[in-house]
Each structure stands twice: as C-alpha cells, then as structure tokens.
Design a protein around this ligand. Structure first.
Ligand SMILES: Cc1ncc(COP(=O)(O)O)c(C=O)c1O
Length: 391
C-alpha cells in the first residue's frame, strides 16, 4: 500500500499521552484481573430519561430528517440564554453571543484556529486539559504555561507572567472547576482575570465543562458573571457532564460577539449543524426539571466522601475536591506520577492517570475519577490499603 505524506499540521499534533495508559490497563485486564478504572473522565451514568424521551419523540419529526439550519436552531440558542440567565444571572443575546458546538472539545480546538497565527502566543494552565494544546499546535502558535499549584488553590498566579508573555499573549485558557486538579475559581479571581485581559488585550477562553458540579452546596462561578467578561472572552459549556450526555456531543460557546462570529464562520466550512432532534433534546435538558442535576451532584459528593475519607484513613494525605468529578492525589515520596500509577495498576489493579500527562507541573500527582460506585471506590481504597504505602 502506498503511504501518503502527512501534512505539517498533522505532524505538529501532540502525541496522545493517555493512549499508553489505556493500553497498559487493557493488558492487565486481559490477564484476567478485575480492574477498577479511575483513569478516565467518562461519566458512568445514563442520560436522564426525560431527555432521552424528548430525543425519541423528536426523531420522528420529519423536519429534523433534513439538513438542520447552518449554525443551529434558534430555539436551542434561546434555551441556552434562558439557562444562563436562570443559573448565573448572565444576559446573553442568543443571536450574537451564543454558538452551538459539537461538544466542548471542538470549540477548544476551533478557538485557536480563529485567533492565532503562526508564532502567536497562548497561555495555558499546567497541568491542563490536553486539547488546548491540540488547537494551538495546529495553528503553529507558541505556548507559555501558567503553573497551577496547591499553594495558590490551583489558580494561576498572574504576577509570575513576564511582561513579554503578557504583551505577546493573544489567548488564555482557563478551566474551573478544574480538570485535573479539581480546583475551583472565585468571583475575585475572574474579576482579576478580566482586568488583566483588558489591559493586555488577551482573549480569555474559560472552559466551564464542570460548571454543573460543585460540592458542599457551592455552585461554581461562571466567568461570564464577572463584569466586563464579555468584552474580554468567551466561556464554553457542555451538556456532557451536567446532564450525562457525553455521547450526544453538544456544547456551546458564549460571550464575546467577535469570537462567536468567527467560530460560526469557521463551522460553516466544517459542519451544517447538529441533528435537529439532538438540539431539541438539549433544549429539553436545559429548560426541563433540574432535579437530575441535583441528584448527580449528590451522587458525586457521596462518592467523593467515601473515597477521600477512605484514603485519609489509610494515611494518605489527600484533600477533598470542591468541584468536578476528579480527585488530585499527591504521590508518595520515591515515586514519579507514572511509576506510582504503574504500581497501583500492577499491584492493586486500580487505574489512575499520571499527573505528568497533563503537563510537567502535574508531576507529583495522579488523577482519580469518581466515576464508579461507592462500593467500587471503597474496594479501590481497600486494595491500596493492602499495599501498606502510607502506614
Ligand atoms: C476540562 C474539559 N474540557 C472539555 C471537555 C470536553 O467535553 P465535551 O467535548 O464532551 O463537551 C472535557 C471532557 O472530558 C474536559 O474534561
């Protein structure tokens, strides 16, 4: 077979660190071991039934068997604006301040295509969600990392950015509640972000993928709640986590009109828009009863309590996450994040993600997802206890 040459854009794409982890875990499972997989971020529960029913009914509507309108149905954009007003008291113009995405991931890559030229600078959190780097590298732009450390509650310390970086940067990625550290943002932090971005003319992309998941009764704050946020950036929201709709691929980007316009224009070249029935089901989720979201948060919070209390009892000095469905766990002395993840896999058959996969500054931690039952999380704790690492 003839092998065609890969384009330079493809060559620049970062390698998928976690593919290796999946391979290792599959090998241990193939040897017949019972694996507890806390390594991934795939919600384990089904989509609430009223959303599934809305989809079932909508699939019968012949209007949806045709092409959907370019840039999506107005009813969905209006539902998103209603949702943001209800949940965050943020006003959005559905026509100019909302764009529909095929899942948040797509928007995270598209933003760099829209804003960055070759050689431009983007600021990214370290550790951070790997997709930010995918779009930046496709645009052949440069990155400057912003370290997220426990000492600063996993928020970037802007005073550490050089004048050069601040004047060069065109785009900044932020994500709270944070994957992988589970850090949460404050209103003050977003206010500080807006003034920094205004001063240095930086577009902020706030990834609000875990916006629906805050613990101890604290609702995560939206970047768009900060005064002036719409002048300086956009927020991406996804249905994947809040409504257990990861497979449905629905997300939105909201805020700055010039960015929304660019994303819509770029998408006109890639897509028509989502299947109309999916758009109707997404609107039903946003406008319908919200007790499913409350129940989901309660479930993650009880899982968190079982897991974190269990780890603390066996002597592991871990902190309880305040949001997202991840726990960010410091590795004991003498291990790297990878060697510790390997140890847990080989000796306890528990899969966690090595922190270094999220960036150099993720070294020293592993990430565990609360995406299995309390019983399985307790079983993971018991298996780790039997390794006597923290006695
Ligand atoms: C931080 C973060 N952003 C974005 C996404 C993408 O979500 P989706 O593409 O399903 O909307 C994820 C999914 O795991 C995530 O963890």
């Amino acid at each position: 077979m003839k092998h065609f040459d890969t384009s330079d854009v493809m060559k620049r794409l970062p390698t998928q660190f976690f593919a290796k982890l999946v391979g290792k875990a599959a090998k241990v499972a193939a040897d017949g071991h019972d694996i507890i997989n806390l390594g991934q971020g795939n919600p384990d529960q089904p989509t609430p039934s009223h959303i599934v029913s809305a989809m079932q009914t909508a699939t019968e509507n012949p209007q949806y068997h045709k092409y959907s309108p370019f840039q999506g149905y107005d009813f969905l954009k209006e539902a998103i604006a209603t949702f943001y007003k209800r949940e965050y008291d943020v006003n959005l113009d559905p026509k100019t301040e909302v764009a529909i995405l095929f899942g948040g991931k797509v928007g995270l890559v598209e933003i760099s295509q829209c804003l960055l030229n070759a050689g431009d600078l983007a600021l990214v959190p370290d550790p951070g969600y790997p997709d930010y780097l995918s779009g930046i590298s496709m645009a052949n732009a440069r990155i400057e990392t912003m370290a997220l450390n426990r000492g600063n509650n996993f928020l970037p310390d802007y005073s550490k950015l050089s004048e050069q970086a601040l004047s060069d940067a065109k785009l900044m990625f932020l994500n709270y509640p944070n994957n992988p550290t589970a850090g949460v943002a404050t209103a003050d932090f977003f206010a500080e972000t807006v003034s920094l971005a205004e001063e240095h003319n930086i577009c902020v992309l706030h990834d609000f993928a875990y916006g629906g998941i805050g613990f101890n009764g604290k609702k995560p704050v939206s970047f768009l709640q900060a005064a002036g946020a719409k002048d300086t950036g956009v927020e991406i929201y996804t249905m994947s986590k809040t409504y257990n709709m990861a497979g449905w691929r629905v997300g939105f980007v909201l805020g700055n009109q010039s960015v929304i316009k660019m994303i819509n224009t770029l998408q006109d070249h890639f897509y028509v828009s989502l299947f109309g029935a999916v758009q109707e089901a997404a609107a039903a989720a946003l406008l319908g009863p919200q007790d499913c979201v409350e129940d989901l948060v309660k479930t993650y919070q009880s899982r968190r309590d079982v897991f974190i209390n269990g780890l603390q009892e066996i002597g592991w000095n871990v902190k309880a996450p305040e949001g997202s469905f991840f726990a960010w766990l410091p590795v004991p002395e003498g291990y790297s994040s990878e060697s510790f993840a390997d140890l847990l896999l080989e000796k306890a058959h528990v899969v966690v993600a090595p922190g270094v996969g999220f960036g150099e500054n993720g070294e020293g931690y592993v990430r565990a997802g609360l995406l299995t039952s309390e019983e399985r999380l307790q079983e993971a704790v018991d298996r780790i206890r039997r390794l006597h690492l923290f006695d």
